[in-house]
Design a protein around this ligand. Structure first.
Ligand SMILES: O=C(O)CCC(=O)C(=O)O
Ligand SMILES: [Fe+2]
Length: 223
């Protein structure tokens, strides 16, 4: 399941992050790509230990934590550190698959990839995130503060930026629910169960759906 989530960051938060990124040193993005992805990666990323970045990192961390849709769709168990990336005019990231296991000491299996867009689409041309699945290629260019989550098992790319600068923050998440179709099933069930609660309250039907939901998590969750 590919899911777009709007308004993850407030305009104020976006402004603070923008100022932090202005004060941050960006380096060649090649450092964090697999040997095959390196061949097609041409972007920049913020130095991980850059001081001005700390506030920006904690703003995004908090925003992910409070976002009910993100939590429901991804069911995060562990997450790679947030990576702020930048594509200046002419930069791109060609078709690639993300590494399955990331990190040296705290290893994370990438089940879900996410991009949180930080630049308004009106400020740059190109730079679409294109995700390929069995139904074809899907291009995304979201509002600043909106995010997309998609299975890390997909080939994807960032189209060349032909004008302006594209800023984003990306990360990879290991989910309690490893299988993407199981995650989607739980997401749908949870959505339906909550709609029933809104309409009818805590009925027997709601209780039954909640039981199925909880027991499927028991069946599938990896702790
Ligand atoms: O910038 C993006 O939207 C995605 C970048 C990406 O695919 C990656 O860093 O692996
Ligand atoms: Fe990627």
């Amino acid at each position: 399941m590919i899911l777009c989530i709007g308004n993850v960051l407030t305009p104020d938060e976006l402004k603070t992050i923008g100022s932090a990124l202005n004060a941050t040193e960006f380096v060649d993005g090649q450092a964090t790509a697999g040997w095959h992805a390196k061949l097609v990666k041409q972007n920049l990323q913020a130095k991980a230990d850059a001081l001005p970045l700390q506030e920006a990192q904690s703003i995004v961390q908090t925003a992910l934590h409070r976002n009910a849709l993100f939590q429901m769709a991804v069911r995060p168990k562990a997450m790679r550190p947030l990576l702020f990336n930048r594509y200046d005019t002419g930069m791109f990231y060609g078709s690639h698959i993300d590494n399955a296991i990331m990190g040296d000491r705290n290893q994370v299996r990438s089940d879900v990839s996410m991009t949180l867009f930080l630049s308004s689409p009106s400020t740059y041309a190109g730079g679409e995130l294109v995700i390929e699945d069995t139904q074809g290629s899907h291009a995304f260019k979201l509002d600043a503060g909106s995010m997309i989550v998609y299975p890390s098992s997909t080939l994807h790319r960032v189209e060349p930026v032909t004008q302006g600068i594209r800023l984003a923050v990306v990360t990879w998440i290991q989910s309690f629910i490893r299988d993407a179709s199981d995650r989607e099933l739980l997401f749908d069930l949870d959505t339906a169960r909550q709609a029933i609660f809104q309409q009818q309250g805590k009925t027997q039907t709601f209780d039954l759906l909640t039981k199925v939901h909880a027991n499927l998590i028991r069946k599938w969750a990896e702790l």
